[in-house]
Design a protein around this ligand. Structure first.
Ligand SMILES: [Zn+2]
Ligand SMILES: [Zn+2]
Length: 913
C-alpha cells in the first residue's frame, strides 16, 4: 500500500529506521578486496560528554560523507568510540566522592580507579546513545575506548619505542604546584581570582657603570632565583646594555642582560627579571636561551622553594626556611634598607589558587616526561606543505606551519590517577649499590625484578600520560595497531578527518606524526611494502568545522544558558530538520549563528518533500505507472526536458560540492532543486497533464517519470536527511525486506540530459508566469478569477513559447487566453510587466472594481506616508540618533527604506489604473 499519512512524523520515522539499519548491518564495514574503502575516524568524544550543538554539526558532516560514499559503492567505515578524558573524568568522580565526604586519597588509587570504571559503565555511554538519535551511521560493532586493552597496548608500545629511540626523556618542567597538597595541578585545576597586591620596582646595578636596570615584580622574593634580565631584541633603548652583567641585590651573584622576543617593550620599563624556575614565561625564556647554540652564558634554573613553598638552601642563609610570604616581607625590607627599592605601586593581579584547598599555587620545577618533537615534526610538516594532506579551509596550513616550525618538546606526564599509567619502573632496593639501579626501567609489561640488582622492590611511576598521547594513536590503534592485520592494511590511511580547529595541535598534528613514524612497518593490502609517505599519513583531507554561536553572535556556553539541548531540538523538529539546518547555516570556515527557530527551515523542507511524495503516490494509485521503465523517456515536453536537465545538473553540482568539501553549498543546491524546481514548478506543471486530456498511457508514463526523478532526489538528499528519505523511498515501490535507500546507488550525472537551451526557455516561461502572479498578488485579484494576457515581444520565438505552453499559464496563473499586441495600441486600464525585453499586459476591466481599488491604494498610500513621516521625524532627532543603540537606529533606517519601496509600488499600480 503506497498511501502515506497526511503529515510527516519525524519521531515515527526515526524510531522505525534507525534500528532497521543497525539490525541489517548496513553500518558495518568489512575488508572487501577489490573494493575501494572510505574511512572516517570519529573525534572521540569524552566519556563525560553530553551531546551539544558542536557535536551535532561535526557528526552530521561526518555522517553525510559516510552515507554519500557508501551509496557511491565504497566500503565505508565510520569508526566510533570515546576518550577516557583523564582530568575531566577524574574530576567528575572526585566530585561524587566529595558528596560522601571523601577525597581520592582517602580511598586510595586502586579503589579510586575501580570507581571511575564503574562510573564509566554507568554514564560513559550517554553520548554514544545520543549520536544514534542524530542518525549517525557509525560501525558500532567496532566501538573503541582509549583505555581498551588493545588501545592501551598501543600506548605502551609507542612509549617504549620512542624511549628506546631517545625520543622520550625525563626532565624538569614548570608546573602549577600546591604547597599544601604537594601535588602538581593541571591548568584547569587552578582557580584564578583578582587580588589587590603591589608592584615592587627594584634596581639592579649594572656592573662597570653607575646605572641600574629597573624591573617591576609582584613576587619580589623570587628575585633570589633570578638568573637574567631580559629586554626585547629590537628595543633600541637597551641595545648597548645587552651582554652586560648586573649585580643581583641581596646575593653575591651576577646575572647577564639578554634578549627575548617575549618581552613587551611597552610594558613597565621594557626590562624584565627572569626567574626560570618560578615563572612559566621565564621558564620558556630560559629554554629558548639555552637552546640557542653559541650563547656566552647557559642560563641556570635555580629552584629556591621546597615542596611546601619555604625557601631552600639555594638562597642566602638569612632567608632559608622562611615561608615565601614571610620571605617576601623580609626581602622588601632589605631591598629598601640597601637602597635598591625605587618605589611600590598598588596593583591588581590575578592569582591562582588550588581548586581543592585554595592555597596559592606556586610555579614549580618538577620531574616530568617529554617527547622530543623536533625530530618528528619535519616530515609531518612537509606532508601538509606538499598537499598530501589537505586542510579545509586552507588558511589553517599557515597556522600549522608556524606551530610545527617552532615546536617545543611535549610534556606527556600528568599527576593524575585516571589514564594510562606511565610504563616506567624504578628500583627501590635499599641495599643496591649498583648505580645503574637509578636508571628507570621502561617496559611494556611490569618487570618481575630489577635487571641490574635482581631485586624485586620496584615502584611504577605514579604519573599517567596526557590524554592526547593515546588519542594521537586513534586512527592506528582503533584498527588494531601495533598488530599487523587485514583491517589496518585495508582501511588505513583513513580518508577524511572532521574536527574542530582548536585541536589542530593537540590532536591533528600528533596523529600525523605518529602515523608517519610507525606505519612504514605495515604492508599494503596486497602485501607489498608501504614505502610511500602517502600510505603512512593517517588521513588525506581535514575539514575544520565552524564555531557555533547563538543568534546574537555569542559563543554557546552553559553559563549563558544559550546552548540548546540537541535532544530537545530533535524531539521538537526532527533529527533531519536539525541536521539539514545546521549544515545549511555553516559555510566553510565561518561561524554559525544558530537559533532553534531556524530549524523550521529543515522541518518545512521535510514537510514539503513529504507532500510531494504523497502527491506522487496518490497519482500512482489513481493513474497507475507505465509497465516499461524505458518508456519514461517518451513524451517529453518542455517541463520534462527541463526537470531532467536540472536533475542532472544538480547531481553534477552536488557531487562536485561534496568533493570540494563545500558542504553548505551542497544543502543549497539540494534545496533549490527539490523545493523550487521539483515541488514548486515541476509538480504544478505535471498536474496540468495529469488532469488534462492526454491518453491514459501517456499519463502513466508521466507518473513513472515523476516518481523516478523523485527517487533520484531522495537518494541525493539521503545523506543529509536520512529518515524522511528512507520513509518515502520505502513507499515509492514495493521493496524487499533487505532493501534500503542507505545502500541504493547514489545518482550519477548523465551529461546528455543537461540542456542549457531548454533551461533558458524554461527560465523565460517561469519569469513570465511569475510576473503575472506578482500583478495578481499586488492588485489583489481574487484567486478564482480567470485572466487574459496581451503580450508584446519583438522576438517572435518568445511569443511562440508562451503560446505553446499556454497550459502552464492556465495552471499556474489562471490565464485563459493569450493575445498578441501585433503592433496595436496598448490595452487601457491594464497592468503591465516587463519580461525578458518584452511586455505582458493584463487588462483589469471587469476583473477588479477599478474605483474601489484606486480608493484603496490612495488610502494605503496615505497610511504608509504617515509611517514614513514618523520615522523621518525620529531620524532627524539628533538625540535619538546619538543615544539609541546602533541596531535600533539601523532598524529604523531599514524600515524607512522598505516603506519607501512600498510607496513606489503602490504609486506604480495606481498609475496603471
Ligand atoms: Zn591544594
Ligand atoms: Zn635494582
Amino acid at each position: 500500500m503506497s498511501e502515506l499519512p497526511k503529515a510527516y512524523s519525524p519521531g515515527d520515522a526515526e524510531r522505525r529506521w534507525y534500528p532497521f539499519w543497525e539490525e541489517k548491518k548496513y553500518f558495518h564495514a568489512r575488508v572487501a578486496d577489490g573494493k575501494r574503502s572510505y574511512t572516517i575516524v570519529i573525534p572521540p568524544p569524552n566519556i563525560t560528554g553530553v551531546l551539544h550543538m558542536g557535536h551535532v554539526l561535526n557528526n552530521t558532516i561526518q555522517d553525510i560523507f559516510i552515507r554519500w560514499r557508501r551509496m557511491q559503492g565504497y566500503e565505508t567505515l565510520w569508526m566510533p568510540g570515546t576518550d577516557h578524558a583523564g582530568i575531566a573524568t577524574q574530576h567528575v568522580v572526585e566530585k561524587s566522592l566529595l558528596k560522601e565526604g571523601k577525597s581520592r586519597h582517602d580511598i586510595g588509587r586502586e579503589e579510586f580507579i575501580r570507581r571511575v570504571w564503574q562510573w564509566r559503565e554507568q554514564y560513559g555511554g550517554t553520548i554514544i546513545r545520543q549520536l544514534r538519535t542524530l542518525g549517525c551511521s557509525c560501525d558500532w560493532d567496532r566501538e573503541r575506548f582509549t583505555m581498551d586493552e588493545g588501545l592501551s597496548a598501543a600506548v605502551q608500545e609507542i612509549f617504549v619505542r620512542w624511549y628506546e629511540k631517545g625520543l622520550i626523556y625525563r626532565g624538569k618542567y614548570i608546573v602549577n604546584w600546591c604547597p599544601k597538597d604537594h601535588t602538581a595541578l593541571s591548568d584547569d585545576e587552578v582557580n584564578y581570582s583578582e587580588q589587590n597586591t603591589h608592584l615592587w620596582f627594584i634596581k639592579y646595578p649594572i656592573i662597570g657603570s653607575k646605572e641600574f636596570a629597573l624591573v617591576a615584580t609582584t613576587r619580589p622574593e623570587t628575585m633570589l632565583g633570578d638568573t637574567a634580565i631580559a629586554v626585547h631584541p629590537n628595543d633600541d633603548r637597551y641595545k648597548a646594555l645587552v651582554g652586560k652583567m648586573v649585580s643581583l641585590p641581596l646575593t653575591n651573584r651576577e646575572i647577564p642582560i639578554i634578549t627575548d622576543e617575549f618581552v613587551d617593550p611597552k610594558f613597565g620599563t621594557g626590562m624584565v627579571k627572569v626567574t626560570p624556575a618560578h615563572d612559566p614565561n621565564d621558564y620558556w625564556i630560559g629554554q629558548r636561551h639555552n637552546a640557542n647554540i653559541g650563547q656566552r652564558h647557559q642560563m641556570p634554573f635555580i629552584n629556591i622553594l621546597d615542596p611546601s613553598a619555604r625557601l631552600n638552601e639555594n638562597v642566602p642563609k638569612k632567608y632559608q626556611g622562611m615561608d615565601h610570604l614571610e620571605a617576601r616581607k623580609s626581602v622588601v625590607r632589605d631591598l629598601e634598607t640597601a637602597g635598591f627599592l625605587l618605589k611600590t605601586e598598588p596593583y591588581v593581579n590575578s592569582i591562582g589558587h588550588c581548586y581543592r584547598c585554595d592555597t596559592v599555587v606556586q610555579p614549580y620545577l618538577s620531574d616530568q616526561w617529554f617527547v622530543k618533537m623536533k625530530p618528528l615534526a619535519g616530515e609531518a610538516l612537509k606532508v601538509v606543505l606538499d598537499g598530501k594532506i589537505r586542510f579545509y579551509p586552507d588558511r589553517w596550513v599557515r597556522v600549522y606551519e608556524h606551530w610545527m616550525s617552532n615546536i617545543r618538546d611535549w610534556c606527556i606526564s600528568r599527576q593524575l590517577w585516571w589514564g594510562h599509567r606511565i610504563p616506567v619502573w624504578y628500583c627501590t632496593n635499599p641495599s643496591s649499590k649498583d648505580d645503574r639501579c637509578k636508571e628507570p626501567i621502561v617496559s611494556k609489561s611490569a618487570p618481575s625484578a630489577c635487571p641490574h640488582c635482581k631485586g624485586n622492590q620496584l615502584h611504577q611511576d605514579d604519573d599517567v600520560l596526557d590524554t592526547w598521547f593515546s588519542s594521537m594513536l586513534w586512527p592506528l590503534s582503533t584498527l588494531g595497531w601495533p598488530k599487523d592485520n587485514p583491517d589496518l592494511r585495508y582501511f588505513y590511511p583513513t580518508n577524511t578527518l572532521i574536527t574542530a580547529p582548536d585541536i589542530i595541535f593537540f590532536w591533528v598534528a600528533r596523529m600525523i606524526i605518529a602515523g608517519i613514524d610507525v606505519m612504514g612497518e605495515v604492508p599494503l593490502p596486497d602485501g607489498s611494502p608501504r614505502n610511500d609517505v602517502d600510505q603512512k599519513i593517517p588521513f588525506r583531507d581535514v575539514y575544520f568545522t565552524s564555531i557555533i554561536r547563538d543568534g546574537k553572535g555569542r559563543k554557546m556556553s552553559k553559563s549563558l544558558g544559550n546552548s540548546p539541548d540537541p535532544l530537545d531540538v530533535i524531539a521538537e523538529y526532527g533529527a533531519d530538520a536539525l541536521r539539514f539546518t545546521i549544515v545549511y547555516l555553516a559555510p566553510l570556515g565561518q561561524d554559525v549563528l544558530y537559533d532553534n527557530e531556524k530549524c523550521e527551515l529543515g522541518r518545512n523542507f521535510a514537510n514539503k518533500i513529504w507532500n510531494a511524495g504523497r502527491f506522487l503516490l496518490m497519482n500512482k494509485d489513481q493513474i497507475g505507472i507505465a509497465p516499461d521503465p524505458g518508456l519514461s523517456e517518451l513524451h517529453l515536453d518542455l517541463a520534462d526536458r527541463w526537470i531532467l536537465s536540472r536533475l542532472h545538473s544538480t547531481i553534477e553540482d552536488l557531487n562536485l560540492a561534496l568533493d570540494r568539501f563545500e558542504i553548505n553549498q551542497a544543502t543549497k543546491i539540494l534545496y533549490e532543486f527539490i523545493w523550487h524546481d521539483f515541488c514548486d514548478w515541476y509538480v504544478e506543471m505535471i498536474k496540468a497533464r495529469f488532469y488534462g486530456d492526454e491518453p491514459a498511457d501517456v499519463k502513466k508514463i508521466l507518473v513513472s517519470r515523476a516518481i523516478r526523478i523523485f527517487d533520484q532526489a531522495l537518494r541525493m538528499l539521503h545523506p543529509f536527511m536520512p529518515f524522511v528519505t528512507e520513509e518515502l523511498w520505502q513507499h515509492l515501490e514495493e521493496r524487499t525486506s533487505g532493501e534500503s535507500i542507505i545502500v541504493a546507488p547514489f545518482p550519477v550525472c548523465g551529461k546528455k540530459w543537461i540542456d542549457k537551451k531548454t533551461e533558458n526557455e524554461m527560465a523565460f516561461v517561469q519569469n513570465a508566469i511569475n510576473s503575472v502572479r506578482n500583478v495578481r498578488g499586488e492588485l489583489s485579484v481574487p484567486p478564482s478569477k480567470e485572466i487574459e494576457l496581451v503580450v508584446n515581444f519583438s522576438d517572435r520565438a518568445k511569443e511562440e513559447i508562451i503560446r505553446k505552453y499556454q497550459s502552464y499559464f492556465q495552471r499556474l496563473a489562471r490565464v485563459v487566453k493569450i493575445d498578441s499586441l501585433n503592433g496595436g495600441a496598448k490595452p487601457k486600464h491594464a497592468a503591465s510587466a516587463v519580461v525578458d525585453g518584452g511586455e505582458v499586459f493584463i487588462p483589469l476591466e471587469g476583473l477588479i472594481d477599478l474605483d474601489a481599488e484606486r480608493e484603496r491604494i490612495r488610502k494605503e498610500l496615505t497610511r504608509v506616508q504617515g509611517m514614513v513621516d514618523g520615522i523621518k521625524g525620529k531620524l532627524s532627532n539628533q538625540s535619538f540618533v546619538n543615544k539609541a543603540p546602533k541596531e535600533v537606529v539601523d532598524k529604523e533606517r531599514e524600515k524607512l527604506e522598505s516603506f519607501r519601496a512600498t510607496m513606489l509600488k503602490l504609486q506604480n499600480n495606481l498609475d496603471h489604473l
